[in-house]
Design a protein around this ligand. Structure first.
Ligand SMILES: [Zn+2]
Length: 547
């Protein structure tokens, strides 16, 4: 997702200095939205059967979503989310209209009867209205109804953060994904809709519209569900991947077909091979891999990655690593596709853990650079990206209110992972850990702690203080040292209590040493020239000589 935040991060939150645990500015609506409340906890989404018609002439939408659920514990009142200004027309279960009360963007629906644990049921929510039009997708999200450069209609959705209930009714809670979903989108005949998964059916309707029925056979984050409709061309290819034949489908605007064929085929197969090597098999063989040209920059829409980087290398032609290396490849293809592993297959249960999506996607940029240009280049990319770190507020904010942490979840979080690789200092083991995470948490929602614990366990090193340092504080560790006669003294400062990260230091006269500093001074016999020591720059720390 959301390379988007690289720019959002430049907007300093008014709460930036309030500290990670300050919840005073969160509202009742934030809690309804971000927590597993009583209207949500008792049921598990099995299937969304979404049918939405879009009328670009007046920017309205309408349709229904049939929500199939399994009852985890007895319950009767169900929370369904749909954001204003959209209206619910009716909610129906077994042909009977249900009553509901609206609380802002949440509807509390009273079901026909108390639901019994283990049972399954379906309710259908009919809705319509003018959805929120984003001023600037993907950052300011919602719908967009622009024209292409030939003046023809184009439309798209992007709603990460804001959430899927900005255009369709659902259980708007990251932890609960459906096992599969139909996305049937009706648009004027002149347009082709490209949504997630595979196209099962196209139906031409009598009223000058066409319905495109897409189907995702895997669990999907609801913010990944998307509509993209335009005058598209369709290019197809396949990749002989780790677990078989993977379909590649590209949907550029018709007049970009030649450019898209060249650029996508130049970059996509090499990228997928690189990511499969490092992260394991592409997670959605059944749903395929797709790139869809969009009027906005990009978004990790699962099995329908949104692409709007104008067929340029870099991030809209810029290099976010300031090294020149980022201009060797297309940032949006690489970053957004990395989310198919990090964010879409392994997904955060709470927005506060979005580093699981963005830190790993940022790190994947370095991995792709490494695949293309060697290990030194990959490291240089990651180190260069530190220039984008703001240290304005922690990466992990409060849980349960849909809060998001600092945009540092991209370059700083990526550098935390790069640093952990340097600590482990065993590339085969590091690769096993990355692939192991993907295997252990395949198609699952997880907590940050589960991922941290997995890495520590597999590395055989307790990294809890390292995670705490980089994720929950804005402090970069300082390797403090001084040389007196032939004694080198060193310690960590500016760190969380108990910080004990090993670090590699090149000490003139002694060579490269792995030291295990703590907050207490330690000493080492060395020559006076030790004052010219240097810390391995793969570790994201600073070094300071003290008198
Ligand atoms: Zn992203």
């Amino acid at each position: 997702m959301r390379c988007a935040c690289l720019i959002v991060a430049l907007v300093v939150s008014p709460f930036a200095l309030a500290g990670a645990q300050d919840t005073t500015h969160y509202t009742h609506a934030d809690t309804l939205r971000g927590s597993n409340g009583p209207g949500r906890a008792w049921w598990d989404v099995q299937f969304y059967d979404l049918h939405t018609s879009v009328n670009p002439a007046d920017s309205t939408i309408g349709g229904w979503n049939a929500i199939t659920y399994r009852v985890l514990q007895p319950g009767k009142e169900m929370q369904i989310d749909l954001q204003v200004p959209l209206q619910v027309d009716s909610i129906v279960q077994e042909r009977k209209k249900l009553t509901s009360r609206r609380d802002g963007n949440a509807f509390f629906v009273t079901l026909k009867a108390q639901q019994k644990a283990g049972a399954t049921g379906t309710i259908t929510v009919w809705y319509h209205g003018k959805p929120r039009v984003g001023r600037r997708l993907p950052w300011d999200g919602g719908f967009t109804f622009p024209k292409d450069s030939l003046g023809r209609q184009w439309l798209a959705t992007a709603n990460q953060g804001l959430g899927a209930s900005v255009w369709w009714p659902n259980k708007h809670y990251l932890r609960d994904e459906p096992d599969s979903q139909r996305i049937a989108i009706t648009v004027p005949d002149s347009l082709i809709d490209v949504s997630n998964g595979r196209l099962r059916k196209t139906t031409k309707n009598a009223d000058g519209t066409t319905t495109y029925e897409w189907f995702v056979v895997s669990p999907i984050n609801n913010y990944d569900v998307t509509i993209n409709a335009a005058h598209y061309a369709h290019l197809s290819d396949t990749l002989a991947g780790e677990t078989g034949k993977l379909s590649l489908d590209f949907w550029p605007l018709d007049y970009h077909a030649d450019t898209a064929r060249r650029e996508f085929q130049r970059q996509v197969p090499s990228m997928l091979r690189c990511f499969e090597h490092w992260f394991g098999p592409y997670p959605w063989y059944a749903d395929g891999y797709k790139l869809v040209e969009t009027p906005h920059l990009g978004m990790e829409h699962q099995s329908a990655v949104a692409y709007g980087n104008h067929f340029l290398n870099g991030y809209l032609g810029r290099d976010l690593s300031y090294t020149g290396l980022g201009l060797q490849w297309d940032f949006i293809i690489v970053h957004e596709s990395a989310h198919e592993w990090w964010g879409n297959s392994l997904s955060a249960q709470d927005h506060a853990d979005m580093w699981l999506h963005e830190s790993f996607a940022n790190y994947a940029e370095g991995i792709y650079t490494e695949c293309m240009m060697g290990k030194m280049a990959g490291a240089a990319y990651m180190i260069g990206a530190r220039r984008g770190v703001r240290n304005d507020r922690p990466i992990v904010p409060v849980f349960g209110v849909n809060a998001q942490g600092s945009g540092d979840m991209y370059p700083k979080g990526g550098n935390m992972l790069h640093t952990i690789r340097a600590i482990i200092d065993d590339d085969a083991k590091w690769r096993d850990i990355l692939r192991g995470l993907q295997k252990a948490f395949y198609h699952q929602t997880v907590t940050g702690k589960q991922v941290q614990d997995y890495i520590s366990r597999e590395a055989g090193i307790d990294l809890s203080k390292v995670f705490a340092q980089y994720l929950t504080t804005i402090k970069i560790p300082v390797f403090e040292y001084r040389v007196q006669g032939s004694t080198l003294s060193y310690r960590w400062s500016n760190v969380v209590p108990g910080f004990d990260m090993p670090v590699r230091v090149n000490i003139p006269g002694l060579g490269t040493r792995q030291l295990k500093p703590t907050e207490a001074w330690q000493t080492l016999e060395a020559s006076p020239k030790a004052s010219e020591l240097s810390v391995d720059e793969n570790f994201y720390v600073t070094a300071a000589a003290t008198p």
